[in-house]
Design a protein around this ligand. Structure first.
Ligand code: MG
Length: 268
């Protein structure tokens, strides 16, 4: 007889899912360089350098300096690697004073803990600083496992990343859900690895009218702190099998409706 899967683990992306990463990063970068129009460039340069780390061609400490060096020289500034390292340390100090959680995070983590599921943080970002961020924001005790792309040499949406997390948690992918702000990297990647894939569309890209721009949504404040859906156009259909939420406050209801045994003790 068919029975709904039992939910044993929930994986959560960190940046822009738990932590208001983009808004903080944008503000910090603008404060350091005195202009606010370079965030997209910064993200592109970062993606290029993170890819080299994942490929094993660069370590993280070196990546941060080289990323800042590439960014600053791209702005037309004449800087050497020492200048870039100094810029990077000022940027980090400012960031570390500025991180904040989205308001829906703690209630959601408390509900998940009370429901008795294991929790994993699954991030494509680098090494120890992700753990420092979780610790600084009081999130460490919630998580049974923290999976960091830079440490394990694979990254979302590679199914191997999700499979390794499930192995660590001792659950089958069908017994796990992953929630993240990037449609392809997080939700589609998780779905393809056999987990429940949940896209946290904080900016409301999914519900927006086709042709509507980020700026239009930002003007009413709704997308001010949220990343966009990466490769998603407003109004575009969401891939089959992907669930969409606009806030983590909606996660318990989704889990209860899709995984009816959440919170129900397993028979002995
Ligand atoms: Mg993210």
């Amino acid at each position: 007889m068919w029975a709904p899967p039992e939910l044993r683990a929930v994986c959560l992306d960190i940046d822009d899912t738990l932590i208001d990463f983009t808004a903080t990063g944008k503000r910090t970068l603008a404060a350091l360089i005195g202009r606010s129009d370079m965030w997209a460039t910064w993200e592109r340069v970062t993606d290029e350098h993170v890819a080299r780390v994942v490929e094993g061609r660069l370590d993280y400490a070196e990546m941060h300096t080289r990323r800042s060096h590439a960014f600053l020289t791209g702005l037309g500034l004449s800087v050497d690697l020492d200048d870039a390292a100094e810029f990077e340390s000022r940027r980090k100090a400012l960031l570390n004073r500025s991180w904040r959680l989205f308001d829906d995070v703690l209630p959601c983590l408390e509900w998940l803990t009370a429901a008795g599921v294991q929790l994993a943080a699954v991030t494509n970002a680098s090494g120890a600083h992700q753990r420092d961020k979780l610790a600084a924001l009081g999130l460490t005790p919630f998580f049974d496992h923290v999976a960091i792309a830079g440490e394990i040499g694979m990254a979302k949406p590679d199914p191997a990343m999700f499979e390794s997390v499930c192995l660590q948690l001792g659950c089958d992918p069908r017994e796990a859900v992953h929630v993240g702000d990037k449609l392809t990297t997080d939700a589609v990647g998780a779905r393809d690895a056999g987990l429940g894939g949940v896209w946290l569309d904080r900016g409301g890209v999914c519900a927006a009218e086709a042709g509507e721009t980020d700026d239009a949504r930002e003007s009413d404040g709704s997308a001010e702190t949220a990343a966009t859906g990466e490769d998603v156009e407003p109004g575009e259909a969401v891939p089959d099998g992907v669930h969409v939420l606009t806030t983590l406050a909606e996660l318990p209801e989704l889990l209860v409706s899709e995984f009816v045994r959440v919170g129900v003790p397993a028979p002995r």
